[in-house]
Design a protein around this ligand. Structure first.
Ligand code: COI
Length: 358
């Protein structure tokens, strides 16, 4: 019997929705979940031979999953994170390098033995989700509509094996700053007990299975007043990997460095963009092993990610000692934040072809 989940279906999407989101307090968005109107859903069954034949917009709501679905039992799942900004002075919205998210999902799907949507299917689905939820895109300067594409083994399976059916889904939520500090610098702690990833594991793909394991370290850190955790490599316990939800960079004497992505580190799209922008602006950028001693010796430390954007780090505590770093207006991180966000928000000319209009 073919497994089928039930979803709230739509006859059509009313594209004449009002342009602004109801009761929302745009000045205090943060990164909480505000449910929006529609989500995009597409399925791949065994007879589809690894393709996703057709997707559609549905009312945002709960989905039904078999208790024995691959994602619930064996964490066969991936997610992505993307943002749509309202374009200044013009109608429409801007996405940032959405085809990179599509390709990263394809790469992760190969590792997790799942079929993935084509790049065109992925990008079109994102555009449809933005348009259907356009009243939830925050006003210019107040935040973005965060898109969360998911790919999961939704079909039932009991023995450990790939699921027989897959679901691709995108939902959206308006967001502001990720950290409670807002745009102010964050304060990290290095955890040398817990690790995020291991060589040969899945640290380099955006599987859902990489995220729940950091919750314990993150909760402990927050209870002690830290913003988040910086993880070290699991073999030598000496080299920087990443922070729970973002990549990390150090700056020393005008040289910008970030851990090389060799399988344990997520290849962030913001990371990749910041590397290119820093090189354009004349900085030497190194992707290499960065030891904890290099970090302690750095002038500046900052994090990058879709949700966090570019977040300056004011202090890192390692083995009980607090190390402080430069933050503020004349820093490399501030320069890169402004350069990146100006492109993302449509305030500066995009001569790289990174933005996609919706
Ligand atoms: C993102 O930055 O979009 C992510 O996917 C990280 C997530 C933990 C918020």
């Amino acid at each position: 019997r073919r497994w089928q989940s039930s979803l709230p279906q739509l006859d059509h999407v009313d594209r004449s929705d009002v342009e602004s989101g109801g009761e929302i307090d745009w000045d205090n968005l943060g990164f909480g979940l505000t449910p929006t109107d529609y989500m995009y859903v597409m399925r791949s069954s065994p007879e589809d031979l690894g393709a996703f034949p057709r997707g559609e917009l549905c009312r945002y709501g709960n989905i039904e999953l078999s208790p024995s679905s691959g994602v619930l039992n064996y964490a066969q799942g991936l997610f992505e994170g993307m943002k749509a900004y309202r374009r200044p002075g013009r109608a429409g919205y801007t996405l940032f390098r959405p085809e990179e998210n599509a390709r990263r999902m394809q790469f992760g799907a190969e590792r997790m033995c799942m079929p993935a949507p084509s790049v065109d299917q992925f990008v079109n689905a994102v555009k449809e989700t933005v348009l259907a939820n356009r009243r939830w895109v925050p006003p210019q300067g107040k935040g973005a509509l965060y898109l969360r594409p998911l790919l999961m083994g939704s079909g039932p399976i009991l023995g450990l094996a790939p699921a027989p059916e897959y679901t691709f889904l995108i939902y959206a939520a308006p967001v502001g700053n990720y950290f409670k500090e807002g745009l102010a610098p964050i304060n990290l702690v290095v955890d040398d007990e817990f690790h995020r990833a291991m060589p040969g594991g899945t640290g380099g793909v955006k599987t859902i299975a990489n995220y729940a394991p950091v919750l314990k370290a993150q909760m402990d850190a927050k209870s002690k007043g830290f913003t988040d955790v910086l993880y070290l490599d699991s073999v030598h316990k000496r080299y920087l990997e990443e922070v729970s939800s973002c990549n990390v960079f150090v700056v020393k004497g005008g040289v910008v460095a970030t851990p090389a992505t060799k399988g344990t580190i997520l290849p962030g799209i913001t990371r990749k963009s910041v590397i290119e922008l820093a090189r354009d602006r004349g900085y030497k950028v190194e992707e290499r092993l960065i030891s904890i001693d290099d970090l302690i010796d750095a002038d500046e430390v900052f994090c990058t990610g879709t949700a966090v954007v570019v977040a300056p780090v004011s202090a890192v505590t390692y083995q009980g000692r607090r190390h402080e770093f430069r933050t503020g207006p004349d820093t490399v991180s501030q320069e890169l934040y402004t350069t990146l966000t100006s492109i993302q928000m449509g305030l500066a000319e995009d001569n790289k072809g990174w933005t996609v209009a919706v």
